[in-house]
Design a protein around this ligand. Structure first.
Ligand code: CP
Length: 305
């Protein structure tokens, strides 16, 4: 069994194997071949924060592979953690019922704590602003599928880079590949934490920090937009100040390359104008679809299959 806690635990070889498996899952998704791969297994999905894509794609992935699913959404109120049970005790109990445990929680490090007492693989489905490794895998898979390569790409991350766990999960993966250039585009209040900047500088990675989208657009192969996450702000007035500063507008599209792609982990609120959805370069719904195949591959990986 293997826990999936952070993008930083994986090497390039792991990535290549998991992407390859995800591609097989995509091809075989509707075939009988995969229906028994997780027969007699139970996957628990315990979500302390709201989710549409991650929880439901993990559940779909488990069901497609022949597993059964037990699930608690809104676990903050609907599990015994509400009564004061510790994450460690909750995990010990889940190990009695399930073969793999998928957890989302608003606090950084919770899945790591769970993994210390777990006899079953723990999968981090997002821990606060820290990590969302399975999203990192599906993002990488999407870039490979859309562009046919993972190197020699110019990639911009736009929006809330301070709290983005998806950026923290995709960036280490992209750094395994040669000659990628990065633009980090955000208001000052939401810029990438300085420790990441220091590390990129030390490693000689090409990057620039920008305060507006416009200038970078013509250079990009990938524009990865992020949501300003209201739930990460301590007070609402700080959120109100920055929530509308970064919006990708339909008029911006004329400056993007013909084969560039626009990604977003979703949910999106107003950071991408609705009309952009109809442009073929808007890859975010295809990206979410890829989450199913990638999470099928990751369940098999976690269970050592
Ligand atoms: N991208 C993502 O994690 O979406 P959900 O919050 O809907 O799971």
């Amino acid at each position: 069994m293997k826990h999936i806690l952070s993008a930083n635990q994986f090497n390039k070889n792991d990535l290549e194997k998991i992407l390859k498996r995800a591609s097989v899952m995509e091809k075989q998704c509707k075939s009988d071949k995969i229906k028994k791969l997780l027969i007699n297994k139970i996957v628990a999905c315990i979500f302390f924060e709201p989710s549409t894509r991650t929880r439901l794609s993990f559940e779909t992935a488990a069901l497609k592979l022949g597993a059964q699913v037990i699930s608690t959404e809104n676990a903050m109120e609907n599990s015994s953690v509400y009564k004061g049970e510790t994450i460690e005790d909750m995990t010990r109990m889940l190990c009695c019922y399930a073969d793999a445990i998928v957890i989302r929680h608003p606090k950084t490090g919770i899945t790591e704590i769970a993994s210390k007492v777990s006899t079953k693989p723990i999968i981090n489905a997002g821990d606060g602003a820290n990590q969302h490794p399975t999203q990192g895998f599906l993002d990488l898979y999407t870039i490979k599928k859309e562009h046919g390569r993972l190197d020699n790409l110019t990639i911009a991350f736009g929006g809330d880079l301070l709290y983005s766990r998806t950026l923290r999960s995709l960036l280490p993966f992209l750094r395994f590949y040669k000659n990628n250039k990065f633009y980090f585009i955000s208001p000052k209040e939401l810029e990438l934490p300085r420790e990441f900047i220091k590390e990129l500088k030390n490693d000689g990675v090409f990057f620039e920090e920008l305060r507006s989208l416009e200038n970078a657009l013509p250079k990009l192969d990938v524009l990865y937009m992020t949501r300003v996450q209201k739930e990460r702000f301590a007070n609402n007035s700080d959120y109100e100040k920055v929530k509308n500063l970064f919006i990708l507008k339909f008029k911006h599209l004329k400056n993007l390359k013909k084969n560039a792609i626009i990604m977003h982990p979703l949910p999106k609120i107003n950071e991408i104008e609705k009309d952009v959805d109809n442009d073929p370069r808007a890859a975010y719904f295809r990206q979410a679809q890829n989450g199913l195949y990638v999470r099928m591959a990751l369940l098999l990986y976690a269970l050592g299959l």
